[in-house]
Ligand binder design. Sequence first.
Ligand code: NI
Length: 157
Amino acid sequence: MSILKILTNPNPVLRRVCQAADEQDVRAGDFQALADDMAETMLTKDGIGLAAPQVGHSVRLIVVNTKDGVLTLINPVITSKSLTKEWDEEGCLSVPNTFGRVKRHKKIRCQFLTVDGKNKRLEARGLLARVIQHEIDHLDGILFIDKAKDIHEAHEL
Ligand code: NI
């Protein structure tokens, strides 16, 4: 496994709409190495989520850090979302030293392929729901600063 270089705004790769991963390629294990490297990179950088375009791959793959370990979601699609939204502070490894408040659906359901090609569904709320929405935005070339209010830099303590 290796630590990948994280692209930062305004790198144009971050603005591309990513292509879906081919299901047969997924089942053949083609995305295992990328997912492993992204997980290691995310954990090393203290991120709670990372999307493939952030490491230069325009493919619909994200990793998220959950209490049960790192989850890889390939071709994730949000299938339903709560009417209730909530504001909370977000940051992003691709937009260093910058934070802002973003409104997200409080609860979502999504479907995705696992890294070995199985179809799965997931219901998420709170922080996990927020992270998944943030990472799926990356797959569509959207950064949190496009949606955030009260954007500010981190303050030195
Ligand atoms: Ni991000």
